[in-house]
Design a protein around this ligand. Structure first.
Ligand code: 4AD
Ligand code: MG
Length: 477
């Protein structure tokens, strides 16, 4: 008999039919009620066992975590808490789970404890819900771009260029770390390395995406990105996934319009398609918030917060306006910011971003036209000569979720910019070519996928929304 998923059983019309399901035991009560879960949805199916029909040897293997195949009749449930249940005729134990050593017992585990069991934590309600929402978001992202005339473009993972110019890259090399070949000056000789030059894991697929946008029109990348920044925060990973659309003939306004529409659209998809998981995550969050001081609790339940985002416009504010707001803000005057805002040109820290979003505007904010000095070399210089066409989208509880810009399409201006930052032209000769041959206004942005998942699930730590997080001193699994 073909087995069906629990999701199908709970939503389909198979009453009084013989069914077979496969899954893992969540609980086994009174030697009679098995709660079985197969990951297809949050809910378990209740399987009612007449223990006189089964040998002791079978019953004693039905422990939390065991994998079973169960056949029986689907009937209307006698008890409360579920509509249907399976009256069990047959049980096959795929594999048991020793209750003495299986770590995921049916009780509340801390997220910290579960992080150390990343290979098993997806068997909990919280992590399975998060990972289903994550998968739904990924699907929605591809669907959105596909429906809007974008081509999915695969940017390289190994690269010879530092797109963000931040120098926080992971070296890729096959040289012998103990005994590398040296040049006459005693430096490591990368000419003898695998690629004949220094290479790293990419921090962004943007530069290559620009090349493709200048032929395919609208492209996007969606892939892993690596940053060796030593930031042990709840918002940073060393390996994260980024979505980077890049569009020919888009200026900054069109770029902002797209980013806003895109985010609203994918969150709407999740609201529509992940109801059961969101209801669960909302309740989890409410329980968690009860343990926090009043001032730190979020003002809206999760689903209301997601709807609020999809139904309201993001506030668009220039960097210069934002600095004025921050400079005159209470926390700045009372010296409550760790980094006080004194003058125009200061880089914004997450405390400032969160003040703007959570306290001042109380909605997502798009900040644009940043000082050139604090942004990457490729952003288009404004007429004022000191700001660039950059935009960051700031979200409540998250801070920066998107960073993007209109790109500098003028060859001479770009060359000047690179010279000032001592970026050698030889390194980016191909990027300069894009400005020599058929250059045009173009723009794009990068959305941190895990930050989006954080927001959509209401989780508090980015390590809990990616299956196997990589952070400083941590690459287990
Ligand atoms: O602002 P960033 O550095 O922008 C870029 O990389 C551009 N090349 C994007 C583009 O225009 N195509 O990064 C974009 C986003 C951030 O807003 C943030 O959401 C996320 O990537 N991000 C991280 N997420 C998790 N861990 C990290 N260490 C991250 N660094 C950036
Ligand atoms: Mg940024």
């Amino acid at each position: 008999m073909r087995s069906v998923s629990i999701k199908e059983l709970l939503t389909g019309k198979k009453l009084l039919q013989e069914v077979t399901v496969n899954g893992w035991v969540r609980t086994f009560r009174s030697n009679r009620f098995i709660a079985l879960n197969d990951g297809s949805c949050l809910s378990n199916i209740q399987c009612v066992v007449d223990f006189e029909k089964f040998e002791e040897n079978i019953l004693k293997q039905i422990n939390t975590g065991a994998a079973l195949k169960i056949s029986g009749t689907l009937v209307e449930s006698q008890g409360k808490g579920q509509n249907v249940e399976i009256q069990v005729n047959d049980i096959f134990v795929h594999g048991g789970a020793d209750p003495e050593t299986y770590p995921i017992q049916p009780k509340k585990h801390s997220l910290e404890f579960l992080r150390e069991k990343a290979h098993l934590r997806v068997r909990t309600n919280t992590f399975s819900a998060v990972m289903r929402v994550r998968a739904a978001l990924a699907f929605a992202i591809h669907e959105y771009f596909r429906n809007n005339g974008f081509y999915y473009f695969h940017s390289p993972i190994i690269t010879g260029s530092d797109a963000e110019g931040a120098g926080e890259m992971f070296r890729v090399t096959t040289l012998d770390a103990k005994n590398p070949p040296l040049t006459e000056d005693g430096e490591v000789d990368h000419k003898e390395d695998f690629f004949g030059k220094e290479t790293n894991l990419t921090v962004s697929g943007q530069l290559e995406a620009e090349a493709y946008a200048m032929a395919l029109g609208k492209v996007y990348t969606f892939g892993p990105t690596f940053r060796a920044e030593n930031s042990n925060t709840s918002r940073h990973l060393a390996e994260f996934w980024m979505i980077e659309p890049e569009m020919a003939f888009y200026d900054l306004d069109a770029n902002m319009d797209l980013a806003e529409d895109f985010i609203k659209n994918v969150l709407s998809y999740v609201l529509e398609n992940c109801k059961e998981d969101l209801v669960f995550l909302e309740k989890r969050l409410l329980d968690e918030e009860k343990t926090k001081p009043q001032a730190e609790r979020s003002e809206m339940p999760l689903i209301e917060k997601l709807k609020f985002i999809t139904e309201n416009n993001f506030k668009r504010v220039t960097y210069t306006e934002a600095i004025e707001i921050l400079r005159n803000s209470k926390p700045n005057k009372k010296k409550k910011f760790q980094y006080p805002i004194n003058e125009w040109g200061a880089d914004l820290q997450s405390e400032h971003e969160r003040y703007l979003v959570e306290k001042h505007f109380k909605c997502p904010v798009i900040l644009f036209d940043y000082p050139a000095k604090i942004k990457a070399f490729y952003m288009r210089l404004n007429e004022d000569g000191k700001t660039v066409r950059a935009m960051d989208i700031l979200f409540p509880g998250i801070g920066e979720i998107v960073g993007g810009s209109q790109r500098e399409e003028r060859l001479d201006v770009l060359k000047e910019k690179m010279a000032a930052l001592q970026i050698p032209e030889e390194e980016l000769w191909w990027y300069l070519d894009l400005r020599k041959f058929g250059t045009a206004v173009h723009s794009g942005f990068g959305l941190g996928f895990e930050r989006l998942v954080l927001f959509a699930t209401g989780m508090g730590n980015i390590r809990d929304v990616i299956p196997f997080p990589r952070t400083p001193q941590n690459a287990e699994f």
